[in-house]
Design a protein around this ligand. Structure first.
Ligand code: GAL
Length: 385
């Protein structure tokens, strides 16, 4: 590794949310085809990651991981090669403990040999879970170990730590060498879950930034309650509405979370495409400075209605005003809360990132109505009056 990897939050697709254990070579190739042809790749999505359940239950006689012979009859390298042939990158999954969460072999005390195997297969991204971790050894050491193994395996492999925010991960993960870290429990395809994960990380911006991002979990955008993963679909019925997915995507984007799609992209609706490929919202996520947003809560509905504001490298500001509550709400953003008093002789020129229209120049404040579970996303530029 001679230059830093993951200079902005990784974007891609992961098999877990929709497919769970039900993965195979054909599926991954089909996903790669769709990623390359549907516009997702052009919008910035790059990694195709196979999550848990890809290996045999036992290592081979040399202690190496073995791909499941039925799911991946040609091995993992063949799949990685195919993904690379589409101009995309390939990711895989293992675990800091003795077993993965679904009971397959984990990398505990096999870190270096596994990193070597992944490099040989052409892996570009490793998600690293936290199940079956021996109690006597701190997780911090195990993530440092795998980070060291990956950083010395001869290939650039993004290290995606996944210990669900446990054990004070914020205080040691950047130093470990990981490029991203999960801070939350598993997302489900329902509004309460989206809300819970988002609210739990507001205020944690200082822990997320260039080369080490706070991962609020994979996206459920476009799932609409469909898939084989019963855990992700528990209590979900029809999943979420498109409005809820739009708000979910906007919050994840402005909070610098990796944007890892979890739906079956081969069957995306037009609304799902419009959400996932909104270049103006993705631009908020991929800003080269990767500063996290600060939060201003609406004084009369502090628990549900708030605004996230992120300084962008070009001097503009990304703004997401959202209403997590069950009633429509008026929201107002006072510009002095952002550092812009009227006495400055300046106002904000607002561009709406969902309607893709300029809304004009505003002074002192911006007021809007936000429907229940909806959001307004703006790119604000400071202008002289
Ligand atoms: C969980 C993890 C999920 C998924 C699952 C696989 O621990 O948070 O994102 O990877 O394990 O078993």
């Amino acid at each position: 590794m001679n230059k830093p990897i993951a200079p902005t939050p990784p974007m891609g697709w992961n098999s877990w949310n929709t497919f769970g254990w039900n993965i195979n070579e054909e599926l991954i190739k089909g996903i790669a085809d769709t990623m390359a042809e549907s516009g997702l790749k052009d919008a910035g999505y790059e990694y195709i990651v196979i999550d848990d359940c890809w290996s045999e239950k036992q290592r081979d006689e040399n202690g190496r991981l073995v791909p499941d012979k039925n799911k991946f009859p040609n091995g993992i390298k063949a799949v990685a090669d195919y993904v690379h042939s589409k101009g995309l990158k390939f990711g895989i999954y293992s675990c800091a403990g003795t077993h993965t969460c679904a009971g397959y072999p984990g990398s505990f005390e096999h870190e270096f040999v596994d990193a070597e195997t992944f490099a040989e297969w052409g892996v570009d991204y490793l998600k690293y879970d936290y199940c079956y971790k021996p109690d006597y050894i701190p997780g911090e050491i195990l993530y440092k170990r795998m980070a060291m193994a990956l950083r010395n395996c001869g290939r650039d492999i993004v290290f995606s730590a996944c210990n669900w925010g446990n054990d004070g991960v914020y205080n040691w993960i950047r130093e470990s060498g990981a490029q991203l870290f999960r801070s939350t429990g598993d997302i489900q395809d329902n509004w309460e879950s989206i809300k819970r994960n988002a609210l739990s990380q507001i205020g944690n911006s200082c822990y997320s930034g260039t080369y080490c991002y706070n991962d609020i979990d994979m996206l459920v955008v476009g799932m609409h309650g469909k898939g084989d993963n019963e855990e992700v679909l528990r209590d979900c019925l029809e999943g979420c509405t498109d409005t809820e997915y739009k708000t979910h995507f906007s919050i994840w984007a402005i909070m610098n979370s990796p944007l890892m799609i979890g739906c079956d992209i081969r069957k995306m609706s037009e609304s799902t495409k419009n959400i996932l490929m909104n270049k103006d919202v993705i631009a908020l996520n991929q800003d080269p400075e990767c500063r996290g947003p600060y939060c201003i809560k609406q004084w009369n509905n502090r628990d549900n209605v708030m605004t996230l504001i992120k300084p962008m490298v070009d001097g503009s500001y990304g703004i997401v005003m959202f209403n997590l509550g069950d009633k429509k709400s008026e929201m107002s953003l006072q510009f002095w809360d952002m550092g812009l008093p009227f006495s400055s002789g300046r106002g904000l020129s607002m561009y709406n990132c969902w309607t893709h229209e300029e809304e004009g120049v505003f002074t002192e404040r911006y007021v809007t109505q936000v429907e229940s579970h909806d959001c307004v996303v703006l790119r604000a530029r400071v202008v002289k009056l």
